[in-house]
Write a protein that binds this ligand. Sequence first.
Ligand code: SAM
Length: 379
Amino acid sequence: MRPDGRAAILQGRGGTTSSAAAPAAAAFRLNNRKYLGAKHRLLDFLHEAVLSRVPSPEVFIDGFAGTGVVGEHFRRYADRIVSNDLLYSNYVVNQAFLNSTPRNTDLGRVEELLSALNRLPPSPGYVLENFGGRYFTPENAARIDAVRGGIEELYRGGRCTEQERFLLLASLLYAADKAANTVGQYDAYLKHLGPPEPAAADARGAGRHLVDSNVHKPLQLRLPAVELGEGGHEVYNEDLNALIGRLRGDVLYLDPPYNRRQYVDCYHVLENIARWERPPLYGKTRKFRRAALKSRYSRQAEASRALAELIEAARSEHIFLSYNTEGIIPDEDIAAILERKGRWQVCEREYAVFGNGAGSSRRRMLRERVFYCRARREC
Ligand SMILES: C[S@@+](CC[C@H](N)C(=O)[O-])C[C@H]1O[C@@H](n2cnc3c(N)ncnc32)[C@H](O)[C@@H]1O
């Protein structure tokens, strides 16, 4: 065995040391992460809004898929899902959950590989150098280095399929997110990443966040709770405005960013780990150069135009747009854009949100809205 322990993964039939490996912990689900604007808690609202109008969609396009919870939900009702997101880290997870089939995925092997990866000793590298002592404890940062490198070795060595690689990567992203010293986004990290404080477990103290107890636990990869299905879903990693002309589907669901916070800024650490290009990083928050991943929907001066171009180019008969009352696109613009496309109406639901995404835990009420537009034939 090599001193860094990686040979343990690559040896033997099936490429694992399953006899010695600790079992991977309980499976995780798509909603087991904090993600800005994720629609998990609004699925019943979306379900009703969409299926009361289109009871059995043929192709459901989830154009701004994020965590993928919406596509995963409608997969049970539509013949096919088309999923897309600008971030590769979301693409990986959406591939894992939508396209695992009995032909491309052996869940027993994935579990064994995860167990073997869990047993790798920390291996100091890029993650430790850049994110250790900031977003992760040094030990967990070096574990992420070991696991990320280990996954590529497994894949290059033919020890897992491409689809299984998506599952292993998804597992790493969820594990890293759980162990991160943040409030869920990576545009800042919490200070005082010192030794565990007994009183700090899950703490949200008077006005200041304390370090979550998970931050000090060893990184733990878990099996993704995927359903092996028929596959054949289309998963993309593109700017939806560039992709839309190539997409065909009767239902188009749009959930664009609604404020100025760029998703790539909020999730740059996970995106960096997923891409594994190891670019130079800058500033206190250790971000990579990411101009190409910035969204027009998060720019006040461009968001309305981007939405107008998207809706104009869309070829779907039924368009559903989630956009809450705190969005940067004025209601008059949304109304004018939809008016040009067809007949439209709004469904609304009040719901409570916690915090503003920037560390506050204040509870406030938001009105979540789904705009439904039935496109005219010539559109
Ligand atoms: C509000 S979130 C979607 C949340 C998702 N519905 C869920 O339930 O998890 C918006 C998503 O749009 C993605 N995004 C932003 N601009 C995009 C673009 N131009 N094309 C495709 N995806 C984009 C972001 O990366 C982010 O994941």
